[in-house]
Design a protein around this ligand. Structure first.
Ligand code: ADE
Length: 245
């Protein structure tokens, strides 16, 4: 997969790109991330990317020309004919979930635009972007961290990225449940013991225990997720009995 990121703060990316899993993924050629500085596509002496809002009001607005110019320049280097999502990171976008990550991971290319300041000229939203994504109901100063969140969750779904193909399937949210608790050695730490069943070597029992823990944890922390989770009749009964306690 190739991902092009458009930003006025390209210096925010190298540290993240050089970090462990991502670095190996890039070296293996599974993903190619290109960061573009929108300021490089301005033609005035000061490399202006923003201006005052028409009609007045606080803050500055991203001008349309540099954003259109950067997207057009990047698009001209993409030879793949398949659909190219042009995604703006903005608190006004649709909410990013594991499901959206899965949807995006099926594309060959995607282009992410990091908004900044108080907003972006509406013509960019109306005539350039094909999708708008928010990573949550809170406001960041810009879309850069949101773009990294989106990329990281999409990239770990690409085939070959994780050591074991199973590990992505067991993640929280994949099956609509939170993940069960995990333990490693030692079997006892400060008097706190690892649940006996995990040391038993009985795989069926371990799987059943984990499934029940995932359901209990989801009910406790994110009960609204259970409405959509795929549960057996028996598991639904368990949920009801736990609720009535
Ligand atoms: N830019 C600012 N806040 C954001 C958010 N919550 N999600 C995506 N992009 C943003």
């Amino acid at each position: 997969m190739r991902i092009d990121v458009l930003t006025i703060f390209p210096e925010m990316f190298p540290c993240w790109l050089g970090s462990s899993i991502l670095k190996h993924t890039i070296e293996k050629g599974l993903v190619d991330i290109k960061v573009h500085n929108i300021r490089d596509y301005t033609h005035d002496r000061h490399h202006t990317v923003d201006d005052y809002p028409y009609g007045g009001g606080a803050g500055m607005i991203f001008k349309p020309e540099p954003v259109f110019k950067t997207v057009e320049a990047v698009k001209s280097t993409i030879t793949d004919e398949r659909v190219l999502p042009i995604i703006m990171l903005t608190p006004q976008g649709r909410l990013f979930t594991q499901q959206v990550a899965g949807e995006l991971s099926a594309h060959r290319n995607m282009l992410l635009i990091c908004g900044r300041y108080e907003g972006v000229d509406a013509r960019v939203h109306e005539h350039l972007v094909t999708d708008e994504i928010s990573i949550g109901d809170y406001v960041l100063s810009g879309g850069e961290l949101a773009a990294m969140v989106v990329m990281e969750s999409v990239i770990r779904l690409l085939p070959g990225v994780l050591g074991s193909e199973d590990s992505a399937l067991e993640d929280s949210h994949v099956a609509g449940l939170l993940e069960y608790p995990q333990y490693t050695r030692p079997p006892e730490y400060r008097g706190w013991k690892v649940p006996e069943v995990l040391l038993s070597g009985n795989h069926a029992q371990i799987a059943a225990w984990r499934r029940e823990q995932a359901i209990r944890r989801t009910l406790e922390r994110r009960p609204e997720l259970l409405e959509k989770a795929k549960l057996t009749t028996k598991e639904r009964e368990l949920v009801e009995s736990l609720k009535n306690r």
